[in-house]
Design a protein around this ligand. Structure first.
Ligand SMILES: Cc1cc2nc3c(=O)[nH]c(=O)nc-3n(C[C@H](O)[C@H](O)[C@H](O)COP(=O)(O)OP(=O)(O)OC[C@H]3O[C@@H](n4cnc5c(N)ncnc54)[C@H](O)[C@@H]3O)c2cc1C
Length: 382
């Protein structure tokens, strides 16, 4: 397990770039709640929008582990950018590469990788959040394609993306096996963007509704075969959960560093508060948890890169890293005291941004359901 040492130089290079180019925008995008074209370009200059896109389609062809380190380092300086970045790569380019046709790969992956044409992931609906199998959007078969009707909500980058992959029901039979997936494009007749969400955290990421009103698409837009959409999206989320785990670790690491620095700087009777054992214990627990979460993330990414099943450990990675992020961002505010309660310090932003990790891509309760189901299957020898 030489992960940390092997990737030290890579991480350092990514960190320096993020600190120089992304960190200066973090306060503004959060305060003004907008998706920054400048930050988009900064990521594009490194080719990171195509992190896990194979080189033959214009990407960098990085491993999941290297990509997760980039998510972590971006999130360490800006949670909003970390979310947009993770969603585009894990939930956008990954499924097109894994499940799309060769023509779809050739059409969508090069612009996604080479100029950051954002790809959104449309799964959640007003009546289908945790229960994604309850998808109500419909794609009725026509002579040469489909007629899509329905609504998706809380979709990251909905207003700023060029392409989206969405799920819709193509059959009432077979439960989740009646759900298919499609790639659609901005500007198609019958596809519109709805309500923009003003959020608690990750406010520099874009979130909105998508509406399909008699959206006509040809058979070409179907991803894989009819009825495979739900399975494709669940496999995609197995990978996506690694990146939300990485995002949580990035935020936790940032909180730890800030708390340690301020514990030394804050004087009480001329002595730093870091002398108090209670403060040291909080720092020790934060550091230990960040280390453990990062190790789970490394192992999960390694299993994925080496073709092993990773459903259970991906859920563990996301669950644990999210809760570590919660603990660390909370304790950072505690150690900073009133300074943690103001926007003069980023502790409160870390805390607000962290909350997404416990909700998006399956809530913490859903992760526990997934883990328990896998544990019971293993015990039953399935
Ligand atoms: C910032 C942000 C960005 C997002 N981006 C995207 C995106 O790009 N694409 C996308 O498709 N979605 C996106 N989502 C939606 C996200 O995936 C959903 O919020 C999530 O799946 C939970 O669904 P819900 O919010 O409807 O909660 P609900 O399903 O209504 O759950 C509410 C509460 O009930 C609990 N609960 C529900 N069912 C169960 C159960 N069976 N057992 C135990 N507890 C249960 C949940 O754990 C939760 O605590 C985003 C969400 C956020 C906050």
């Amino acid at each position: 397990m030489d992960f940390d040492i092997k990737y030290n130089d890579f991480r350092q290079e990514v960190r320096t770039y993020c600190e120089e180019k992304i960190a200066p925008h973090a306060v503004e995008v959060d305060r003004e709640q907008f998706y920054s074209k400048d930050v988009h370009k900064v990521i594009n200059d490194k080719g990171w929008w195509g992190s896990i896109v194979p080189k033959e389609y214009g990407g960098l062809g990085l491993s999941t582990l290297e990509y997760a380190i980039i998510v972590e380092e971006i999130s360490r300086v800006c949670g909003s950018t970390g979310l947009t970045f993770a969603a585009h790569n894990s939930l956008g380019t990954y499924p097109i590469n894994a499940f799309g046709t060769e023509e779809q790969r050739r059409k969508y992956l090069p612009p996604a990788a080479e100029r950051g044409a954002l790809i959104a992931f449309g799964l959640t609906e007003p009546e289908a959040g945790s229960d994604a199998g309850g998808t109500k959007s419909r794609a009725e078969k026509t002579a040469d394609g489909y007629l899509v009707n329905g609504t998706k909500c809380w979709i990251t980058s909905a207003e700023v993306c060029e392409y989206s992959i969405i799920t819709a029901r193509t059959s009432d039979e077979g439960g989740v096996h009646g759900i298919s997936s499609f790639v659609i494009e901005k500007g198609m007749e019958g596809f519109s963007i709805g309500k923009h969400e003003n959020k608690l955290g990750c406010r520099g990421s874009n979130t909105a509704f998508m509406h399909f009103d008699d959206l006509k698409i040809s058979d070409w837009h179907l991803m894989g075969k009819e009825g495979e959409g739900f399975k494709q999206f669940m496999i995609t989320l197995d990978g996506g959960r690694i990146s939300i785990g990485a995002m949580g670790i990035g935020l936790a690491q940032a909180a730890l560093e800030l708390a340690a620095k301020q514990a030394e700087a804050r004087l009480e009777n001329g002595k730093p508060i870091s002398r108090h054992q209670s403060v040291q214990f909080m720092l020790a627990d934060m550091a230990t948890q960040v280390e453990a979460a990062r190790l789970i993330m490394y192992k999960t990414a390694w299993l994925k890169d080496n073709g092993h099943k990773h459903t259970k450990i991906s859920a563990m990675c996301k669950l644990y890293a999210s809760e570590v992020a919660h603990y660390c961002t909370d304790k950072a505010i505690q150690i900073l005291g009133l300074d943690g309660y103001t926007e003069r310090y980023p502790a409160e932003r870390y805390y607000r941004d962290m909350k997404l990790c416990e909700i998006g891509e399956g809530t913490s309760e859903v992760q526990r359901i997934v883990i328990a189901r896998e544990v019971l299957k293993e015990l039953a020898g399935a």
